[in-house]
Ligand binder design. Structure first.
Ligand SMILES: [Zn+2]
Length: 271
């Protein structure tokens, strides 16, 4: 289920409560049998507290656990998708899940385990500077971050024309699927920029597979084609010829599978 940001603590708890009520109103759902809740959020989630910054909502998992009487975990959304994508790539001990949407994030599986890094910042590749973004200021405090030119809002602005406005992802998908060459080239160019941003990560960690998900990445193969082009040009052939770069198909499903794994770990921790 989707939770709106900017709710404030009381608003967040109230909305989660309403969503739980609507779920458990369905036949076969008994709220007393729900033992764990996993909440995926954009942006880094600190490893020690698993709390902040949770967008601007500001509720601690412990608050939610007390309120709802169940185990609660908060996790970065791309991290959940990386955990879920392991099921599609059981042979890959190292996996990079790239999520392209309002921002650009990545979940990293290394030696079969999720790697969160310092303050949960591992995989925040949307904040890697690329040349084409120049010195545009970013909300992270740096300049020239790739998300400023390759995430969904920037792409929709770039493709939009007075005669053909692109206000929604559905507008964008329609243009691409109808063969609009400007829209297709913009997606491919975004893929090239994203590829540039992950060159260091790919050479440094040499993941066996890269799964790319998110609404625009799942409209045809255009974003992935751009990523492949840059990695083929900018990484050693020994890596670029072997690494598997694939579409995630359904990033929401990957998140649900990852959240299920995390809930299982919450309820049955390995001591
Ligand atoms: Zn940034």
């Amino acid at each position: 289920m989707n939770l709106e940001a900017d709710l404030g603590p009381d608003g967040a708890i109230a909305q989660i409560s309403r969503l739980l009520d609507s779920m458990t109103a369905q036949p076969g759902f008994d709220r007393r049998r729900i033992h764990a809740m996993v909440i995926g959020v954009p942006g880094p989630v600190s490893a020690e507290a698993r709390t902040a910054p949770w967008s601007r909502v500001g509720v601690l998992p412990s608050d939610l656990a007390e309120q709802f009487g169940m185990a609660v975990a908060v996790e970065n959304d791309a991290n959940l998708m990386a955990l879920g994508a392991r099921h599609d790539h059981p042979e890959a001990a190292s996996l990079l899940f790239l999520l392209v949407q309002t921002g650009i994030g990545a979940g990293l599986i290394l030696s079969g385990r999720l790697h969160r890094g310092l303050l949960g910042w591992a995989g925040e590749v949307g904040h890697v500077p690329v040349a084409a973004a120049g010195d545009m200021p970013c909300m992270c405090g740096n300049r020239g971050c790739v998300a400023l030119i390759a995430a969904n809002p920037a792409l929709m602005r770039a493709i939009s024309k007075p005669t053909q406005p692109v206000n929604t992802l559905a507008d964008l998908a329609h243009l691409v699927q109808s063969g609009d060459i400007d829209a297709i080239m913009a997606l491919r160019e975004a893929g090239r920029h994203i590829g540039e941003a992950i060159v260091g990560l790919v050479v440094g960690l040499a993941p066996e597979a890269i799964a790319v998900g998110g609404p625009i990445a799942e409209i045809g193969n255009h974003v992935i084609t751009g990523i492949r082009e840059t990695l083929a040009q900018r990484t050693p052939p020994a890596i670029s010829s072997q690494i598997r770069i694939v579409a995630a198909q359904d990033h929401d499903r990957a998140a649900i599978r990852g959240a299920t794994d995390l809930a299982f770990d919450l309820l049955f921790p390995i001591s």
